[in-house]
Structure formats: structure tokens, C-alpha cells
Design a protein around this ligand. Structure first.
Ligand SMILES: Nc1nc2c(ncn2[C@@H]2O[C@H](COP(=O)(O)OP(=O)(O)OP(=O)(O)O)[C@@H](O)[C@H]2O)c(=O)[nH]1
Ligand SMILES: [Zn+2]
Length: 345
């Protein structure tokens, strides 16, 4: 297992990770017992994303204009572990009185803090960390942490034939593993793509839409339509990218949905949780295509970032529009993506 994969697993398991000279653990997963051992006097400060600090009303205490800059929150005697967990949970922002007053402080190494938050985001956790005074055996450089948060190299792990109920031509499934973080991604080869630029879809994982048929988004219909169009075209490539929730992870997507239940739109909800509106990049998708020997695609998408992301990695991509009819539950979501995220018609 790579060091990056180990660090992500450690954060998910509530254990400590060293990044640069700092030692952190995720607020979401670190238990009281663990904190009792590594921070017996309750002195550990907190590291939050800039966006989250702004949502907590701390913008006036910050000297940086960038909402991506991480923020250190000093520990106070009243700020116990349970209060901290409530503080970082955006669902509580609608409570009448939030905890406070909070005091921001100076981060010794903002770059390492940024890398640590990036790793927590990649782990699918809330971007909120305890800053521990203890040392730890698992320590990454800032660059190692950033590489694990943005994997860009894959190896093929296995491939097999896969009969699919909606396809009347043969398909092959290829499992790949990202070297930097150990995550698994899948390519479905429909028919025998090859020769000219194959019809291709980069599909970001959406458990709720792909499996349950959620009407909040258009993922399920887009997935089915893409496979049908590929079969009609004689072949194609579907990359199933494990970028649940535009890269924020399943639990965070459900948190974003809860905020949408309270009136925020899809972009505002991500930001309130301390994420960019879209945390995805497509370097890994390009690496998957390269591993399949593909350097040119016709891409089924309305998202210009997917085209630009592949082009930046040297994969020539021509757009094929992929718009499906809206329903009463996803019409607003699709309109917000067009207005705020630059999605094309
Ligand atoms: N954070 C967040 N993610 C969402 C929400 N609704 C859907 N998603 C995720 O958005 C992604 C949608 O992916 P794609 O279908 O590839 O989306 P796209 O960026 O619209 O691009 P194209 O469909 O190619 O035009 C999936 O990972 C979904 O889980 C939401 O409200 N919040
Ligand atoms: Zn979806």
C-alpha cells in the first residue's frame, strides 16, 4: 500500500497522520478515547477550511481574502470534543445560537494544513482536523499528501467479460487501481471500441442516482443513455469514476442533500461544508484511457471541465451533447449547474 493510501485509511479510522511538521486527526472520526491519549489536556487546536470558517462568521478575523486558505481555531476551555463536532457540522448552522466566541490563530505551516485538509476531503471526511501536539509514525511530506489527494496514475488490476442486460453487444469490464491513493475505478468497454475516437462517457459515481434511481439528479438516466448510445455506435468506453458527490464522498453528499432540504442549492451546500462546488479532476480518467491505449475520444458530456481536463492531459476530446429530459425534482439542480458551474446545453 502506498503511503498516501495508508494516510487516507488512517484518517478514516480516526488515527493520527503527520504532514510536514504537523500531526493531525479527523474531527469526524477521532474518538474521545483516542483524544484522551494523544491530547490528554484538551489543548489541541482545530484546522478548518477557509470556506467553513467563513460560514461560521469568522471572516472578520482573517487576514486572507482567499476562501481556500485553511484557518486555525484556538482551543478554549468550553470547547470540548463534543462541541467541536457540532461546530464543524454544517447541519447545525441553522441552530439559533452556535457555539462561540471562537478565536482564530496563526497556522505555522499553512501549506501543510492545506495538504492535510485535501487528504481529509479525499478520504470523504469533513474537512476539519484536530491539530495534535503528539508525534506519529506515519508521516508524509506536503507533496506526498497532495499527490495522494489528486491521484493520476493507474494500473490495470483485472479484466473480464460482462454480459449487461441493456446491451445486445458484448462488454468487458476492467478494474484499475490508482497508485497514489489505492482507490479502485472501472472501465466498461462496450463492443470493440477502437479505430476512430470511441464514444466515451466519464461517469462520476452517484450511488443514489445510479442504484436507487434518485430523481434529485440526472445521473441514472445519463448512465443508461450513454450505454445505449455506445451500443448503437458499435462500441464505446464508459469510465466509472469513484468521484461520488462531485468528489466529496458519499457521507458528505448526503450532508449536502440535507442542506438542500433546508433551502441551499447544490453549489452553496458544498461550500457550506468546506468544499469547492466541484472537487473532481480528470487526470485519473486520462490515465485510465491511456492504459486502454486511447488518445482520442468523442465525449458524451455537458460539462466543459471534463473536456478541458482530458485535453490538459493530452487526450483529444470532441464533445457530444448528453442532455436528458428534466423532472420536477432535478429541474432546479440542472438550472443551477448551468448558471453557476458553466454546464452547456
Ligand atoms: N455534491 C453534490 N454532488 C452531487 C449532487 N447531485 C449529484 N451529485 C454528484 O454529481 C456527479 C454528477 O456527475 P456527472 O453526471 O459526471 O456530471 P456533470 O458534471 O453534470 O457532467 P455531465 O453529466 O458529463 O454533463 C456525481 O458524482 C453525483 O454523485 C449534489 O447535489 N451535490
Ligand atoms: Zn446523481
Amino acid at each position: 500500500m502506498s503511503k498516501g493510501a495508508e494516510a487516507i485509511a488512517a484518517l478514516r479510522a480516526g488515527r493520527a497522520v503527520g504532514i510536514g511538521a504537523m500531526t493531525v486527526a479527523a474531527v469526524e472520526t477521532a474518538t474521545d478515547d483516542f483524544l484522551g491519549l494523544l491530547d490528554p489536556n484538551g489543548r489541541a487546536a482545530l484546522v478548518l477550511s477557509g470556506a467553513r470558517a467563513a460560514a461560521l462568521g469568522l471572516a472578520n478575523q482573517r487576514d486572507s481574502a482567499s476562501s481556500r486558505e485553511p484557518v486555525l481555531i484556538e482551543r478554549a476551555p468550553w470547547l470540548d470534543a463534543a462541541t467541536v463536532r457540532g461546530l464543524v457540522d454544517a447541519g447545525r448552522d441553522f441552530d439559533r445560537f452556535g457555539p462561540g466566541p471562537l478565536q482564530t490563530g496563526t497556522l505555522e505551516d499553512p501549506g501543510a494544513a492545506q495538504a492535510a485538509l485535501a487528504l481529509a476531503r479525499r478520504a470523504g471526511l469533513m474537512p476539519a482536523l484536530w491539530l495534535l501536539g503528539a508525534d506519529t509514525a506515519l508521516r508524509l511530506s506536503q507533496d506526498e499528501a497532495l499527490a495522494a489527494a489528486r491521484p493520476a496514475q493507474v494500473t490495470i488490476a483485472a479484466r473480464a467479460i460482462l454480459p449487461v442486460d441493456t446491451l445486445d453487444i458484448a462488454a468487458q469490464v476492467v478494474a484499475m487501481r490508482a497508485e497514489e491513493d489505492g482507490s479502485e475505478h472501472v472501465a466498461l468497454l462496450v463492443g470493440a471500441p477502437g479505430g476512430r475516437a470511441p464514444l466515451t462517457r466519464l461517469h462520476s459515481e452517484c450511488l443514489t442516482g445510479d442504484v436507487f434511481g434518485s430523481l434529485k439528479c440526472d445521473c441514472g438516466p445519463q448512465l443508461k443513455a450513454a450505454l445505449r448510445l455506445m451500443a448503437e455506435d458499435g462500441g464505446g468506453i464508459l469510465l466509472y469514476l469513484r468521484q461520488e458527490g462531485r468528489g466529496i464522498g458519499l457521507a458528505n453528499k448526503i450532508r449536502a442533500y440535507a442542506l438542500q432540504d433546508r433551502g441551499l442549492d447544490t453549489v452553496e451546500a458544498n461550500q457550506r461544508l468546506g468544499f469547492a462546488d466541484d472537487e473532481r479532476d480528470y487526470a485519473l480518467a486520462a490515465a485510465m484511457l491511456r492504459a486502454l491505449g486511447i488518445s482520442e475520444v468523442r465525449l458524451l458530456t455537458n460539462n466543459p471541465a471534463k473536456l478541458a481536463g482530458l485535453e490538459a492531459q493530452g487526450i483529444a476530446a470532441e464533445r457530444v451533447a448528453h442532455r436528458l429530459p428534466a423532472n420536477p425534482h432535478n429541474a432546479h439542480y440542472l438550472a443551477v449547474k448551468a448558471a453557476k458551474s458553466g454546464h452547456l446545453d
